[in-house]
Structures are given as C-alpha cells and as structure tokens.
Design a protein around this ligand. Structure first.
Ligand code: PLP
Length: 352
C-alpha cells in the first residue's frame, strides 16, 4: 500500500476530524461512482444508519431488505428501532428480487395518502434496502421502478459493490442514497470506513451535519442544533483511501481476472456452479463464490478445502433465522433458502 499520503497526513498533524484528505476523498469518490456528493463516515454501518435517518425512517416504520446479507444491513435498521421485512433474492443475482418485492407489496400493502401501508402491521414501509451481494448487481432498475410506484425510498447497500455497474451505471447511484464500506475485507480499505453517496444537495448537507455531531459552523463557539453522531471519517483513514483510489482499477482488474479463471475452472464441473456476473451487469467479483448443488457435497467441499489449507466458508445464515429477527415478516424465501444451503465463498484476494 502506498504510504506517501499517509506520511503527509501525519506530518501535517491533521490526523483527526479535519484535513484535506477527507475532502479529497469525498470529491474523488463521488467522481468515480458518478454521484454529485459523497460523505465519508467512520464505517459502512454508520453510513447505513445515517441514510435511514435521512430517509425519515422512525421506530414505527418498516424497511424491506433481503434475508441473504451481512448483519450490518439489519443492525442499521434496528438502531433506528425500525423493523426489517425480508423478501426473496433472485437465483442469478443473489440480490433482492424485484418480482418478490412486487408480489410482497401487492399481497400485503396498500397505498394510503401516498404512504405504503403494511396491512398486517398497519405500519408504513418507508425504505427498501437491497444489497448487491458479493459485488454482483441486483436488478436495481426494476426495483427502483417498484419503489417509485409505492412511494418507498430506495437506499442501496452497495458496501460490497465498489466498481460494479448495472447497465453501465455504478451501483449505489440508482437510489436516493447509496452506501459503501471500506472495512478491511472490502475492495479498498481504510482500516474501517464508509461513505454515503447522493445527488441530493440537501441530503448531502444534512448527512455531513449529522455525522459531525450536528455542530453549527462557527469560528469558535460550540453550538449543536440537534442530536448528532460522531460518525466522521478521520483524515488519517481518508489518506489511505485517496492512495488506494489510484490503484482501484488495478485491484478491479485482478479480481475480474481471478473470476474469469474460476469460471473457466468450474465450467466442466457438474456439481459446482461458479457465480458469474449477472446479465446487464459488470461485477467487481469482490467475493468469489460457488454453488455446490448437492448439500451433502457442500459439506465435503468445505471440509476438504479447509483441511488442505484453502480457506472456504459458507454464506451467511439467513437474517430471519437469527434470534433478533425471528419475528420479522417475510415473503416466500425459497431462493434465499436454496442459496443459504449451497453457496460457498472461495479465495478472493487481489494478486498484484
Ligand atoms: C461490509 C458491509 C457493510 C458495512 O460494514 P462496516 O464493517 O460497518 O463497514 C454493510 N453491509 C454489507 C452487506 C457489508 O458487506
């Protein structure tokens, strides 16, 4: 990793809450994904939390997401006190299925004064938060259309999909807000970090305000005009990201090359399907994954690889099966259940 900017950041003594690298990073990141604004945060989870606040989600509201995701998506919803609803994923994108979303809404909801009301709970469904699993874009344009029709705000959990495009548009830029993560396992990392992207100037300003303790700009006085959060990204971390943005194309090329090699390798294997980028999409191949069609063989595959020093692991448990979300309302989750039993992540490191 290049240390030039990190050293410069330390030498400047501006290592914490202000400094040029945060501004530089926000500018360069927005330009890379093609959004008007980017607001850096301390991690991806806090970026999701703030995005839900920006979409006016309260403890009495509901948020639709997919059961096949990393826990951070559901944690952020729970920080608000809001309730998640789980609808199924598509088998090819392994991300939220527009068909399942539409079916859930048509069966369970009605529009009352431009609010999407869940007839079972009488609560408002304010937000839909799909996730681009392992960097494979879901059918986000169709999802957006459905959300628009039902007056549901679309927030993309793009934590895993930096460098992934759907129909030539960067993931995270379809919804009102998009969120990325720079945790250690992500495609670029600042140790920990996150960002919110949006084209809406007012939301961008409020995102900055809320993530920086809601301090009113003043040369020397401390005035805060609401309960804010200390969710800003330190300048030190931003200097790491500015350096890695310069290498991002190389990282992406390496991930893609590895993905294509795996696709080639598994093509003749009848038991195992390598998960390739879906139609109309360009994936960053962040986390490489296979589907072992026979469940018994999945366990053999896990045991064999791990015993031989190759780390592989099964996909996350479904969120609706975790203790905290067992009561959550769900659509039909057949695809998610099928995938949960069969998907295995395989070595995915960038080789440069
Ligand atoms: C990594 C990740 C996040 C954010 O995680 P942080 O560790 O808080 O940066 C959110 N959602 C998904 C799906 C993720 O993979």
């Amino acid at each position: 990793m290049k240390k030039k900017y990190l050293n410069d950041c330390i030498d400047s003594t501006f290592v914490s809450s202000v400094g040029k690298y945060v501004d530089l990073f926000e500018e360069q990141f927005a330009s890379f994904v093609g959004s008007k604004y980017a607001i850096a945060t301390v991690n991806g989870t806090s970026a999701l939390h703030i995005s839900l606040i920006l979409a006016d989600v309260t403890k009495d509201d509901e948020v639709i997401t997919q059961p096949l995701t990393f826990i951070a998506t559901c944690n952020a919803i729970s920080y608000i006190g809001a309730k998640p609803i789980f609808v199924d994923v598509d088998l090819d994108t392994i991300g939220l299925s527009p068909k399942s979303l539409r079916e859930f809404l048509e069966t369970n909801c009605e529009m009352i004064y431009n609010h999407c009301i869940n007839k079972t709970t009488n609560k408002t469904i304010k937000v839909c938060m799909p996730m681009h699993t392992f960097g494979h874009p879901c059918r986000i344009d169709e999802i957006k259309e459905i959300c628009d029709r039902w007056h549901i705000v679309l927030i993309e959990d793009s934590a895993e999909s930096l460098g992934s495009y759907y129909k030539d548009k960067h993931t995270g830029t379809f919804g009102k807000l998009g969120v990325f993560s720079f945790n250690g396992n992500k495609i670029i990392t600042s140790g920990g970090g996150g960002v919110i992207v949006t084209d809406d100037e007012a939301l961008a300003k409020r995102a900055k305000h809320l993530t920086t303790t809601a301090k009113v700009a003043h040369p020397f006085e401390y005035v805060h005009d609401e309960i804010g959060y200390n969710y800003r990204m330190p300048n030190l971390n931003a200097s790491l990201l500015v350096a890695q943005l310069e290498q991002l194309d190389t990282f992406l090329a390496s991930k893609r090359e590895l993905g294509l090699k795996y696709a080639d390798f598994f093509v003749s294997n009848d038991d195992i399907d390598f998960i390739k980028e879906p139609k109309n999409a360009k994936s960053n191949y962040w986390l490489q994954a296979v589907i072992v069609k026979d469940i018994k063989k999945r366990d053999e595959f896990l045991e064999f690889t791990n015993k031989n020093g190759i780390m592989t692991r099964p996909i996350w448990k479904l969120m609706n099966e975790l203790e905290m979300f067992r009561e959550a309302q769900c659509g039909d989750l057949s695809n998610a259940e099928y995938l949960e039993q069969r998907v295995v992540n395989i070595s995915s490191s960038v080789i440069i």
